[in-house]
Design a protein around this ligand. Sequence first.
Ligand code: IMP
Ligand code: MG
Length: 177
Amino acid sequence: MVKSRSRIYPLLTADQIRDRVRELGEQITRDYEGKDLVVIGLLNGVYPFFADLTRAIDLDLDVNFMRVASYGGGLESTGEVKILFDVDKSIRGRHALVVEDIVDTGLTLFKVRKLLLDRDPASLRICTLLDKPSRRRVEVPVDYVGFPIEDHFVVGYGLDLEGIYRNLPYVGIYNPA
Ligand code: IMP
Ligand code: MG
């Protein structure tokens, strides 16, 4: 696929994202006050959101990462979810907050949630920057949503098209036509 920045139409500005991330951080700070919180980021797409969100949470939290792959690299989900690497600490009895860039079909988080719940955390919640509810194929509870969006393929602020555009400071709709 020939990629071009001219095909990207702005959806969320860097300022809008920053303001919303600050609100999410404040909400999470209130919700987890006094609790043993481990925040688990799903790489690679989560990296800018994770860095900004964790710094907006005013608590002594633990950070950890998982890497899962759900897309073949193109515009459509393969429906297949592979754990490429796992968290490296026990979450038993701790409050786990999984952070994702976008929830689309829900297949990724469905599998990740099941896997982590088997390890007996005190609680498990999910936070996503973006949510495409109209695309859901499996039911998965999402506790914190930055922005619900329509069914568009989006890039930027961590989200990629075949590995490219993750470093854009804003989120845009990629129009392949
Ligand atoms: P799900 O398993 O279908 O919910 O897909 C979740 C993953 O698919 C996300 O973590 C992204 O990596 C990828 N994804 C879904 N929608 C988009 C999009 O619009 N742009 C870029 N990546 C996406
Ligand atoms: Mg992702």
